[in-house]
Design a protein around this ligand. Structure first.
Ligand code: AMP
Length: 399
C-alpha cells in the first residue's frame, strides 16, 4: 500500500508537491489539453485547506538541462492560476536565486511554482545534491506525478532520501493510480487483452515481454507493428522499423506462441509517401505496401479484425495509438479501436497521454473504466514492476 497524504500530518507545514504538468502545447505555446493540471488540483487544494505553504515542481518536455523558452512552465503557471483561482507565484529558475527568494518569502496559503525541473541537469541524473536543494524548500514531500514514477529522477526518487516516513507520501492522484493497477492485477477478469501501439518498439519491448504471461491476447498496432511485420518477412516500404530490434520482435512472437497468447498484427494499412494531411493515400494490405510508401494508420480490415478479437474481452488494457492520429487522415484506425474498446463489456484501462487524447477526441472518455495519466508508468505497474518513485512511499506492511 502506498502512504497517502491523509496518513501524515501536514497542517501548517511547508509542502513540496512533485506534479506532472507535462501538458501538450501547440506552436503558439497554448495548452491543448490541461487534464494533467486539473488532475493535480485535489491534492493542491487539500494542502491549502490544511493551511500549508505549497511549492510545486514539474518537468515539461525534454530540455537538455538548460533553460529553453519553449519548455518554460509559464503557460502552466497561467493555467494553474486560473484553475486554482488564487494568487500563484512563479520562480524563473529551479533552485537558483529567484526560486530561493520566492520560497523564503512564501506565506501560509500561498503557492509557488518552480521553473521546469529539467532545466537542471541534476533532475534526470537523479543527482542527490540537486534533490537536497529541492528538499530544502519544504518539510513535507508529496509525490503526485504518476507519469514519471517509473523514472529514477531527482525530484521523484533521490529527494525521498531527505524525508522520513512521517514527512513523505503520495498525493491523491498517485494513490488512485497505484491502487487501481494493483487491484486490477490481483484477479483480472479473462480474457485479458492488451492493445499496444505508438511509434517505437524500443520503448515498449520489455513491457510486451513482461505482459505476455499475464494476458490472453496481444494486439499490436501503430508504428511499432512494422518491426514485427518485417520480422515476419514482409516488405513494409518506408514504414517505421527498428531493424536492430527484429530479433527481439521475433522473440516476442515466439514467446507468445509458447504461452498460447493470441497475437494480432495489422493486415492492412493506410499508406502515404509523406507525413502530411495533404498527402495522397492508399489503402493496401500489409503484403502490398508500395516502395517509398509508409503505413501511417491501420486499415479498415485491421480495425474489423481487432474489433473481433476484442469482442469477448473482459479486461482490456490500451496503450499507444494505432496510427499518426495527430493528422485527421490517419486518425480513423485509432478512433475505431477507441469505439470498440469503449463498447466492450469489459474493464477498460487506457494509459498514456496520446491514448487518452485519442479517447477524448473520439468522445469515448466517459465510457472507459479508468484513464491513467501515465503511459510508461501505467504499463510498468501492470507488468507488476515496483516503480522507483512509488517504492519509497510504500507503507511497511506491503501487500
Ligand atoms: P509513443 O510515444 O511511442 O506512444 O508513440 C506515440 C506516437 O506514435 C504518436 O505521436 C503517433 O503519431 C505515432 N505513430 C503511431 N502510428 C505510427 C505510424 N504508423 N508511423 C509513425 N508514427 C506513428
Amino acid at each position: 500500500m502506498v502512504r497517502s497524504i491523509r496518513d501524515i500530518d501536514i497542517e501548517n507545514k511547508r509542502v513540496f508537491i512533485r506534479c506532472d504538468f507535462n501538458v501538450p502545447l501547440d506552436e503558439f505555446m497554448n495548452i491543448t489539453d490541461d487534464r494533467r493540471i486539473r488532475s493535480a488540483i485535489q491534492t493542491i487544494r487539500y494542502c491549502l485547506d490544511q493551511k500549508c505553504t505549497v511549492v510545486i515542481a514539474s518537468h515539461l518536455g525534454r530540455p537538455k538541462g538548460i533553460f529553453e523558452a519553449k519548455y518554460s512552465l509559464d503557460p502552466v503557471f497561467k493555467r494553474l492560476t486560473r484553475i486554482l483561482n488564487c494568487n500563484v507565484k512563479f520562480a524563473k529558475d529551479v533552485i537558483g536565486v529567484d526560486a530561493k527568494e520566492k520560497v523564503a518569502s512564501l506565506e501560509n496559503g500561498e503557492v509557488l511554482l518552480l521553473e521546469n525541473l529539467r532545466f537542471d541537469k541534476g533532475e534526470t541524473k537523479n543527482d542527490e545534491n540537486f534533490a537536497k536543494e529541492l528538499a530544502s524548500f519544504a518539510e513535507i514531500f508529496i509525490n503526485d506525478a504518476f507519469g514519471v514514477c517509473h523514472r529514477a529522477h531527482a525530484s521523484v526518487e533521490a529527494i525521498t532520501k531527505f524525508f522520513d516516513t512521517d514527512h513523505s507520501a503520495a498525493g491523491f492522484l498517485l494513490q488512485k493510480e497505484v491502487e487501481f493497477s494493483k487491484n486490477l492485477l490481483k484477479a483480472p477478469a479473462r480474457p485479458f487483452v492488451a492493445v499496444v501501439g505508438g511509434s517505437k518498439v524500443s520503448g515498449k519491448l520489455q513491457a510486451l515481454i513482461n505482459l505476455l504471461p499475464r494476458i490472453d491476447k496481444l494486439i499490436i498496432g501503430g508504428g511499432m507493428a512494422f518491426t514485427f511485420l518485417k520480422a515476419q518477412g514482409l516488405d513494409v516500404g518506408n514504414s517505421l522499423v527498428e531493424d536492430d530490434l527484429i530479433p527481439e520482435a521475433l522473440n516476442v512472437l515466439e514467446e507468445a506462441r509458447k504461452l498460447g497468447v493470441k497475437l494480432y498484427l495489422p493486415v492492412d494499412v493506410v499508406a502515404a509517401q509523406t507525413f502530411s494531411q495533404e498527402s495522397a493515400i492508399k489503402f493496401v494490405t500489409t503484403q502490398e505496401i508500395p516502395k517509398g510508401w509508409m503505413g501511417l494508420d491501420i486499415g479498415p480490415a485491421s480495425s474489423r479484425l481487432f474489433r473481433e478479437a476484442l469482442s469477448d474481452a473482459q479486461t482490456i488494457l490500451w496503450n499507444g495509438p494505432m496510427g499518426v492520429f495527430e493528422l485527421e487522415k490517419f486518425a480513423k484506425g485509432s478512433f475505431k479501436i477507441s469505439h470498440a474498446i469503449s463498447e466492450a463489456h469489459a474493464t477498460t484501462v487506457v494509459g498514456g497521454g496520446d491514448t487518452a487524447d485519442v479517447v477524448a477526441r473520439a468522445g469515448d472518455a466517459d465510457e472507459m473504466t479508468f484513464i491513467s495519466t501515465g503511459g510508461g508508468a501505467s504499463l510498468e505497474l501492470i507488468e507488476g514492476k515496483e516503480l522507483p518513485g512509488v517504492k519509497p512511499l510504500n507503507t511497511k506492511e506491503m501487500d
